[in-house]
Design a protein around this ligand. Sequence first.
Ligand SMILES: *Cc1c(COP(=O)(O)O)cnc(C)c1O
Length: 228
Amino acid sequence: MSIASCLEQVRLRMREAEEKYGRPPGVVKLLAVSKSQLVSAIQEAFTAGQALFGENYIQEALPKMDALKALPLEWHFIGAVQSNKIKKIAEHFDWVDSVDSLDIAKRLNACRRITLPPLNICIEVNLAAEPAKRGIFPNQLKGLITEIIKLPRLCCRGLMVIPPPEKTIKKQREIFAELRQLWEAHQSLATWDVLSMGMSHDFESAIAEGTTLVRIGTAIFGERAKHV
Ligand SMILES: *Cc1c(COP(=O)(O)O)cnc(C)c1O
């Protein structure tokens, strides 16, 4: 199936889920995760009306972003933020959806050029407190937000989560509901508007629980070759 028709199908499923779960039509945005995809695939998605793209690896992303710089795309960095890549990330991306420490936030802030708009960020939460995973623990969230909102070159827009893969809809929804509650509990601190949850295998559950941004790769571009 072509990228255009996969995109069409994802959008349709999003609209159907919005309707089914009583969300306003069009309220959920779609971030196309283009890691490991070629420039031509991104171009094809753009031609089919897609403007938001997510990348995980800076070395892979920069040449693609450069090749596509004539297009009005919005780029989200959604991977692990390594210290030695912070400068490049802050220079080239519009968003970093995977900030999980004050140290990273401070360095992104310091590297964001004054000629660019503030860098939009989301804080990545490790909801289940899984030791091997990125993300800050829920009990550290308030302290982190309080500090991040003081950084003038960043705009703190919301929360992101990558939950452990759950097969049942019930389990998926429980975890997403937890993140939504955290998001709501801290909304007055940061006046934020983005709740980034839901991927190819669970985005309908995320829509049921209030996501505002789903991040979808496989369902648009097909299976990825494993990253090396
Ligand atoms: C790869 C990735 C996705 C997309 O995953 P799919 O299962 O291919 O939809 C979403 N979010 C993050 C952070 C990712 O790394």
